[in-house]
Design a protein around this ligand. Structure first.
Ligand SMILES: N[C@@H](CCC(=O)N[C@@H](CS)C(=O)NCC(=O)O)C(=O)O
Length: 223
């Protein structure tokens, strides 16, 4: 199994803090495991409603659990994040269309990675808005894109092909019939496919793909 081509697809949304954790960890493992990592920007609202689920924060018990869970996980994974005192407007449609446009435009390089991380930081670290176009512009510039690039990406993000692309990718996750939230991770190995929900399934995922889980900081072990 270890010599076969292993593809890992990460469906994520930048309003999902658990997606951020999964994103950071998979980036750390990208050159440690024999994997081809593919980022799939999707829309959390579409996944929740399309699967008949409810936003997790609406259930008060689940919400309280998530607050303490994320505080601990953020330390464990080494991804500083803080819950805002007032939960921000969570709709991520504009942000995910923006991210989808970055992905569409990117032929090579790491703009998608930088922009996604910047948006997570804004929402979960510095508590800034990520729904207004002006905020997306700021995030794009902070992620190192030029003003021209950001303008092009914003225009592209409002186009029908990009709206359709985000819908298609979200639908692709839903078509697995067992996707009800994010992050949603799909692993393909030797013609077999297995799916995982959450940033807390890496040990099992590693078992499935025939790689070793070395905790959230694989590079620190060899340093
Ligand atoms: N246990 C998972 C929780 C992931 C999670 O709660 N994701 C949220 C979005 S941030 C979600 O989609 N929840 C849907 C649900 O719990 O039904 C993890 O550690 O990653």
């Amino acid at each position: 199994m270890s010599n076969s081509r292993k593809i890992i697809e990460l469906f994520y949304d930048v309003t999902s803090p658990y997606s951020w954790l999964a994103f950071e960890v998979l980036c750390r493992y990208r050159n440690v495991w024999n994997i081809n990592l593919k980022f799939k920007p999707a829309y959390l609202g579409g996944v929740i409603y399309g699967s008949g689920n409810q936003p997790p924060g609406l259930n008060p018990c689940k919400f309280l659990y998530m607050v303490s869970d994320l505080t601990l996980l953020s330390k464990y994974f080494g991804v500083p994040m803080y819950r805002p005192s007032v939960l921000p407007e969570k709709d991520s449609l504009n942000a995910m269309r923006f991210v989808t446009a970055v992905a569409e435009r990117e032929k090579e390089g790491d703009a998608l990675e930088r922009v996604s991380k910047e948006l997570w930081k804004r929402m979960w670290r510095t508590h800034q808005d990520i729904s207004q176009f002006s905020s997306l512009t700021e995030a794009g510039l902070k992620a190192g894109l030029s003003a021209n690039e950001v303008e092009e990406i914003l225009t592209l993000s409002k186009s029908q092909p990009i709206k359709d692309k985000l819908k298609r990718v979200t639908q692709e996750a839903l078509e697995y019939k067992c996707c009800f939230g994010l992050p949603f991770i799909v692993c393909h190995v030797n013609g077999k496919t297995e799916v995982f929900f959450g940033s807390d399934r890496f040990e099992l995922m590693a078992y499935f793909i025939g790689e070793k889980w070395m905790g959230p900081h694989p590079n620190k072990l060899t340093a």
